[in-house]
Design a binder for this molecule. Structure first.
Ligand SMILES: *Cc1c(COP(=O)(O)O)cnc(C)c1O
Length: 444
């Protein structure tokens, strides 16, 4: 693959440098303090797995803009498709004057999602919007109201999705009242569940609580991330999701897999649900779908997708033609550049390099994840007590060396890796070595 920017980290000024500091000063005057940033440098160019700031520093991008530029930042196929689509029409509106790319993208998504049954799709702009619409569709289809979500869940920042999101700080504090009929149930979190608890046992705990506290006949949808994202990159135990899917099926409940972060090649499969052998009734997709352009989708069983009345679902910008073209080119790039395999290769190298560190230092509780959705959970030496302080120290240390890592987790004690799948092996190993050196230093 050809890149415009050399795929190499490079620190040439203090961070932030003088030009970034000037942006920061204006930001303090003109931008709401409620908008946060991880990186103190201001980016002027991004390519592949490199972010270059206005002072000429180059950072290895282990975040992909929160799992968005999975196909690589400014992937040439995506850039070309966006340019051509914009030149042909910047905005077309499906409810007024329809166009082909909307149909083509829905067709591709029904082909890529798991399940050999008739499927349909609808397009939106953001992850939260996809979740909002999945709830509307499930409620209309079932004629029921209750929505089951889980501990550690993240589903967005709109009013309904705030209610569905677990973590109070920073997502919910002071923003209530929240939408009613949203019920939070226990997750399967192998590192923190009782020793030896199986996925089936964890599911039974959840199902009993649904039956006792809500009543299965009142539940419209069960909504779960197959790899729980913001909550800590938690991989539920085998058997947890398949048991919930069976329970949903037996009780006329719509099972929704929120694959906004885990979907679209990220875990080495098109959708992470495939790792658990489940076929969700509905799947929500966003982040890695658009190659950087805002686009999201709900895809699922045709009879469920057809339940809402015409005009009941949609929006002014939903399925914008430039975003559709970008998504179609992104899908092509995943295929032609063998990026699902690249995700698996990233996991192999991560495990090869990190496993010895887990054995060596007391502050790493566990490494986990699937494909290129990987995490390290930090604890107080030798215990399971979350250690958020050490995470901040490690991430700051790596950043000073030119490698950017994001954090997550209900307890803020997890470093997560969401590298673009086009990251070269050399850059990946270099970035992981920076991380390992920072972990060793923090553990000493
Ligand atoms: C990011 C995310 C969302 C919300 O997406 P936005 O585009 O930020 O609204 C929903 N669900 C999951 C699993 C996410 O990771």
């Amino acid at each position: 693959m050809e890149f415009r920017l050399e795929q190499k980290r490079q620190v040439v000024t203090e961070i932030p440098g003088p030009k970034s500091k000037a942006f920061q000063a204006d930001r303090e005057k003109y931008v709401s303090n409620s908008i946060g940033s991880s990186l103190p440098g201001y980016i002027e160019a991004a390519d592949g797995a490199i972010l270059r700031d206005v002072d000429g520093n180059q950072f290895i991008d282990f975040g992909s803009g929160i799992g968005v530029t999975t196909v690589g930042n400014s992937n040439p196929k995506v850039v070309k498709a966006v340019q051509d689509a914009a030149a042909a029409g910047t905005h077309l509106q499906i409810n007024t004057a329809p166009y082909g790319s909307y149909i083509e993208l829905c067709k591709r998504l029904t082909e890529l999602t798991p399940g050999d049954f008739p499927k349909k799709a609808a397009l939106f702009n953001t992850g939260a919007e996809a979740l909002e619409n999945a709830v509307k569709i499930a409620r209309k289809y079932t004629g029921r109201q209750a929505i089951v979500v889980f501990e550690h869940a993240f589903h967005g920042r709109t009013n309904l999705t705030m209610a569905m999101t677990a973590k109070a700080a920073p997502y919910k504090i002071g923003f209530g009242p929240f939408a009613p009929e949203v019920y939070r149930m226990p997750l399967s979190y192998p590192f923190r569940d009782p020793e030896g608890m199986t996925g089936e046992e964890a599911a039974k705990r959840t199902i009993t609580m649904i039956e006792k506290q809500i009543g299965a006949e009142n539940v419209a949808a069960i909504i779960l991330e197959p790899v729980v994202g913001e909550g800590g990159f938690i991989v539920p135990a085998d058997g947890f999701m398949s048991s919930l899917v069976k329970f949903a099926k037996d009780n006329g409940i719509v099972y929704v897999s929120d694959e906004v972060q885990s979907g679209m090649a990220r875990t080495g499969k098109w959708f992470a649900s495939e790792w658990s052998g489940i076929e969700p009734d509905l799947i929500t997709s966003a982040k890695g779908l658009g190659g950087g352009m805002p686009i999201s989708a709900v895809i699922g069983r045709a009879e469920i997708m057809d339940a809402p009345q015409p005009g009941g679902i949609g929006g002014t910008y939903s399925g914008n033609p430039v975003s559709n073209a970008s998504a179609l080119a992104t899908i092509e790039a995943y295929e032609e550049e063998n990026l699902l395999d690249a995700a698996l290769r990233i996991e192999e190298i991560f495990r090869e390099m990190l496993e010895p560190v887990v054995a060596e230092v007391g502050i790493v509780g566990e490494i986990r994840g699937r494909g290129a959705m990987l995490a390290i959970e930090f604890v107080q030496d030798g215990s399971k007590e979350p250690n958020a302080a050490v995470v901040k120290q490690i991430v700051d240390d790596a950043l000073a060396q030119g490698a950017m890592f994001l954090t997550c987790g209900t307890y803020g004690n997890v470093i997560r890796l969401l590298p673009p799948l086009v990251m070269t092996e050399e850059l990946l190993r270099d970035g992981l070595q920076v991380l390992i050196d920072a972990i060793r230093k923090a553990a000493a």
